[in-house]
Design a binder for this molecule. Structure first.
Ligand code: EPU
Length: 336
């Protein structure tokens, strides 16, 4: 096993935070991972590194999950069942589906990260969540090295949430994810305002999967920073859910407040709007700040430290709590 020492993790996390792994290993197969876990239990996992904020050097053995491969398990006239190994790049997999006319993931185009981490926070965008297409999650139990299959129901998916963030956190390593996608009669999800506007601007009346994927790519590029250019981890906070009564009080004060109704008594407020109203949008402090086009995204312009970004996040939380009486929850994993 090829364990390297003192490796910079800057290129392994989309925030581009430059901390060191004292020991580092890249894993290419489930077998390699099983062999490693027999001797090393105290590990720190890194996959696409797209949902973490590193605040210091990592003392544990850093295990980079680089298991590749896409296989079509079965198909009939309407559906295809695909198993994708954890180390595949998410967006490349989405493009593979779009090119092959497999429907269901096109709205999730251009989300940074790897396939293996998509179930953990149940990635979602433009009216679609990945839980709607996941059939199974294969994961290695760290203590026993046994390969376990979680069904969709086992995963206990919720908004940016799953069993992997709760009950079994730190106990398993996801090695592959299974998807059920459509081959015909695609259920297109264009109701998200910006997609319709984007399609209309191109005079597309009957969109294909490719049209939707292209529309999503265009919208994301116009709003969200590309991690290859400006370090970031997508939405830093979750959109908070408040009660109807709390919402009505807010609406009195801010008539223009955008919201989504979650249930009869629950309203979701875009955290980006709150942060913008609190005056943080586009604010830059040294090498870090709040993105100028989407206030939900904190950014590293070059050499920011994780601690600086975490401190900014705490400052934002404090201000939102004072101004709106809303506790913003951090969505990104803070590695302290
Ligand atoms: N808004 C502002 N100011 C801002 C940002 C947003 O006023 O700086 C307002 C917008 O005008 C709009 C509303 O907030 O009325 C919603 O904004 P947007 O459509 O950009 O979506 P979001 O709720 O801010 C969520 C996801 C994103 C996902 C988009 C699109 C969460 C935490 N974030 O953002 O996910 O791409 O919807 O579906 O749910 C991610 O998780 O990393 C991510 C980027």
């Amino acid at each position: 096993m090829n364990i390297q020492t003192n490796i910079s993790l800057k290129n392994y996390n989309t925030f581009g935070i430059d901390v060191l792994a004292k020991r580092f290993i890249s894993i290419n197969s489930v077998y390699e991972l099983q062999q490693l876990l027999k001797v090393e239990k105290d590990i720190f996992l890194i996959s696409g590194g797209s949902n973490m904020l590193l605040t210091k050097d990592i003392e544990k053995l850093v295990v980079h999950i680089n298991i590749k491969g896409i296989s079509i398990d079965k198909e009939d006239n309407n559906n295809v069942y695909i198993t994708v190994n954890a180390g595949e790049d998410w967006h490349e997999f989405v493009l593979f589906c779009v090119e092959n006319n497999f429907g269901g993931l096109e709205n999730l185009s251009l989300i940074p990260g790897n396939v293996g981490t998509c179930p953990i926070q149940n990635i979602g965008a433009y009216g679609v969540e990945v839980k709607d297409t996941i059939t199974k999650v294969e994961a290695l139990h760290i203590d026993t090295q046994k390969l376990v299959t979680f069904s969709n129901t086992d995963c206990n998916f919720g908004y940016r949430n799953s069993i992997f963030k709760n009950e079994v956190k730190g106990k398993y390593i996801i090695t592959a994810v299974g998807f059920k996608l459509t081959k015909q009669h695609h259920v297109l999800n264009t109701s998200y305002g910006a997609i319709e506007t984007e399609l209309a601007s191109k005079n597309i009346l009957k969109p294909t999967l490719k049209d939707i994927s292209n529309a999503v790519i265009a919208i994301r590029k116009s709003k969200l920073p590309d991690p290859n250019e400006i370090g970031n981890s997508g939405s830093f906070f979750k959109n908070p859910v408040i009660t109807k009564n709390e919402f009505l009080v807010l609406q009195e004060a801010y008539q223009e407040i955008p919201y989504y109704t979650v249930s009869e008594n629950e309203i979701k407020i875009p955290a980006g709007w709150l942060i913008e109203k609190a005056g943080f949008k586009g604010k830059r402090f040294g090498d870090y700040g709040v993105h100028e086009k989407q206030a939900l995204v904190l950014v590293n312009y070059g050499n920011a430290t994780g601690v600086e970004i975490y401190m900014l996040a705490k400052k934002i939380q404090k201000k939102i709590l004072t101004q709106f009486k809303i506790a913003l929850e951090i969505e990104v994993n803070i590695i302290e």
